[in-house]
Ligand binder design. Sequence first.
Ligand SMILES: *[C@@H]1O[C@H](CO)[C@@H](O)[C@H](O)[C@H]1NC(C)=O
Ligand SMILES: *[C@@H]1O[C@H](CO)[C@@H](O)[C@H](O)[C@H]1NC(C)=O
Ligand SMILES: *[C@@H]1O[C@H](CO)[C@@H](O)[C@H](O)[C@H]1NC(C)=O
Ligand SMILES: *[C@@H]1O[C@H](CO)[C@@H](O)[C@H](O)[C@H]1NC(C)=O
Length: 736
Amino acid sequence: MAKAMLHFLPYALLLAAFVLACHGQERKVHIVYMGERPKGDFSVASTHHSMLETVLGSTSSAKDSLIYSYGKSFNGFAARLSDEEVAKLSEMEGVVSVLPNHKLKLHTTRSWDFMGFSKGTLPAPIEGKVIIGVLDTGIWPESDSFNDDDFGPPPSKWKGKCTGANFTCNNKLIGARYYNSEDYYDSTDIKSPRDSEGHGSHTASTAAGREVPASYFGLAAGTARGGVPNARIAVYKVCWATGCASADILAAFDDAIADGVDIISTSLGAPFPLEYLEDPIAIGSFHAMKYGILTSSSAGNSGPFPATVSNYAPWILTVAASTIDRRFVAKAVLGNGEIYSGLSVNNFDLNGKSYPLIWGGDAANFSAGANSVISSQCFHGAMNSYKVKGKIVFCERIGDGAGILSADGVGAIMADSLFTDFAFSFPLSATVITTEDGQRVLDYIRSTENPVATILVGETDKDVMAPYIVSFSSRGPNPITPDILKPDLTAPGVDILAAWSPVAPPSIDFEDTRSVEYNIISGTSMSCPHASGAAAYVKAAHPKWSAAAIKSALMTTAHVLDPKKNDELEFAYGSGHINPLKAVKPGLVFDASEADYVHFLCKQGYNTTTLKLITGQKIDAVFTRTVTNVGSPNSTYYINAYTPYSRVSVTPSTLSFSAVGEKKSFTVKVSGPPISQQPIVSGTVILTDGVHVVRSPFVIYTILPGAAYPSNSILEKRPSFRGSSLYHGNGILGRN
Ligand SMILES: *[C@@H]1O[C@H](CO)[C@@H](O)[C@H](O)[C@H]1NC(C)=O
Ligand SMILES: *[C@@H]1O[C@H](CO)[C@@H](O)[C@H](O)[C@H]1NC(C)=O
Ligand SMILES: *[C@@H]1O[C@H](CO)[C@@H](O)[C@H](O)[C@H]1NC(C)=O
Ligand SMILES: *[C@@H]1O[C@H](CO)[C@@H](O)[C@H](O)[C@H]1NC(C)=O
C-alpha cells in the first residue's frame, strides 16, 4: 500500500496540478486563523458562519462548507473554500492568515535509566495531577502501559472527553478524541482514537506509560516505562495513513487547551519550512503557551543536512534525537569464518545453520522488468524466487526485506553507508553492515565456489560512545528566524522500546502481519515524548511555572555533549542532553511572557527582511537577558561568558538576589573579527551560585555566500544572507 503510494506519488501530483488548472473553483479545506479568542461570552461560531455566508452567498452553502469552528482556546475556523473565496476572506477584518490544509508528517527502555532517571531516583509520585496531551495516531487503550491500577478519578480541572466507537478510557487514559477534516479513510485507518499505526501508542507510553515487563520477540527484555508513569494521558488523534492535516491539528490544540492538559507532545512536523502563521503547530502551541502549557515537539528526521529543523517557533521546545548506550547488533558469519557485525533488531534465530549466499544482482526477475542493477538492491518484486528460495541474499542497499521474504529467501545481509547509527527491524533474519564490509562479502561470494553464510540472532551491546546525535536528527540553523537557536536540546531517540498497536506492522515492512505489543523504533518522534515526560516532571514540581520557565529549566540544566563525539555542536543539540532530575532545581530561569513573544513576532515584521542580521564584516553584538530567581532567596550568581576567537564581556558580572521571584538582567557583548576558520563558534554564558549551574549557549557563525541549504528554499531566496549572525539559546527572544 505505502510502497505503491510512493511509486505513484509523482504522477498523482501531476494529475492534481492538471485538475487544478482546469477547475480553479475547486473547493479545498483551508483554515481561517483569527488570533486570540474574543473576550466575553458570545458564540464565535455565529461570527464564523456569517463570514462564510458573506463570502459564499447563502446560509446553506456556508453550513456545508464549514468543517470546524475553533473558539475554545483561540479564534478561527476550517472550511472548504475556492481560491477566490480564500482571497475574499483574507481581506476581511479580523483575519490573521488563511492557511492551506497542509499535511504534516510523523517524525518516525532503557532510555530513562540512561538519563539518570531510573526507577530508584523517581520523584515523589505526581499522583496523577499532571496531564500530558498527545497529538498523534491515537492509542491502543488496552495496552498494559495504559492500565489504571491504583489511579483515582481525574483531577477536577479535567474537562476532556472520551469519544469514538469501541473505545474506552480509564483513569490513566482520561481523554481521547479524533479529527479528520478531509473525511478520507485508508483501508488501515480505524475511525476512532484507536491507533492502527503504532506510532501514537509508542509516543504516549514513552512520555507516561506504566512500568510493565516488555520485549520485542524476546529482545531487549526488561521493564518498559514512560518518564512519568504517574501522569495521565489524553489522546488527540490527528494523524491517519495519509498524514496529519493542519485543520485537525488546530482542532486538537483548541480542545486540548480547553480540556485542561498541562503539557502537549507533538511528534510530527511540516516536511518543508513554514512561516509561523502558516504552521498549525506554531499557532496552536502559541495559544497553549498563553495558558501556561508547554508544547514539546520533534526536530524532524531530515538530518544531517543544515537548516532542516522543523517546529522552530521560539515558544516550542524543539527536541533533537541522540543515542543511548545500548546498540542492537546482529552478526553475519560467512563460510570462511569471517564475522561482520551489523546493526539490526533481529529476532529470527537461524540456529547457526549456514545457507547458500548469493548476490542480489544474480537473482533478477527479468520477466518482472528487473535487471541485475535493480535486483542487487533487493527491491520488492525484482527478485527471482527460484534463485532466492532457501538462501541468504547480499543486498547493496538497505531495504525493508520484503523483496527477499516474498521470494522465499531465508535472510538478507544489507550494506549501507547512510544508516550506520541506529537499527531497523525486518520481517526476516537480516543485518545491515557497512559498505566496506559489504565489499568484503561480495569478494567472498565472487571468489568462492559454494559461498554460505548465517545470520546470528540479535544481541544488544554497550555503546561506549553514547550519547551522540544520530545522523537523521534534523539540524539548525533555524530556517525562518536565524536569531533563535534550534533545536533546543536532545533526548534519547534511537532504538526505543515502547508500546505498539497489535494491528500495526512490527517491522519496516508494511506488509508484515505479525503482531507485537511492544516495538523498538527510532526517530525524533521518540525523543520528543522523552522531553514531554521530563517537562511534565518539572510541571509537577512547579505547577505555577510558565511554559517558558519549564523550557528554560530543561535547557539550562542540560549537559553538554562531548565535543569529541559531536562535531556539529549547537546546531545538532542546542543546549545539550536533557537531565530531568536537575531540571527541577535550575536556580534561575529565563522567563518569557506572551508579550515578549508578541514583541518577537512584531520584530519579525511579519516579513523576512526585518531579520536582524549583522551584515558587516565585523561581529559586534549585544544581547540582554533577564533571569528570575527560583532557587534560594538570598543568592549571588557569578556570570562568566566564554567563546574562542571573539571577545566577550558580561555586565554586571554578579547578580545578587534577596527573594524568590526577583528578576535581574545582564548584558553580553560579543565583538571580534569575522569568523572564517570555523563553520560555527560556540559560546556559553554560565551563571553559578556554587550550587546551581545555569548554562546558556550561543553560537556565532558566518553564513557563507552561496552556501547550500538543500531543503530550505527560504534561505536560498535571500541573496543578502551573509555576514556573521549571532544565535542565542535561552531567553528565547531575538537579539535586542
Ligand atoms: C473492538 O476493537 C477490538 C480491538 O481492535 C476488536 O477486536 C473488536 O472486534 C472491536 N469490536 C467491534 C464491535 O468493532
Ligand atoms: C517474476 O515476477 C512475476 C511478476 O511479478 C511473478 O509473477 C513471477 O512469479 C516472478 N518469477 C519468479 C521466478 O519469481
Ligand atoms: C518588510 O518590512 C519592512 C519594515 O516593516 C519594510 O520596510 C519592507 O518593505 C517589508 N518588505 C517586504 C518584502 O514586504
Ligand atoms: C536574606 O538576607 C537579608 C539581608 O541580608 C536578611 O535580612 C534575610 O533574613 C535573609 N533571608 C534568608 C532567608 O536568609
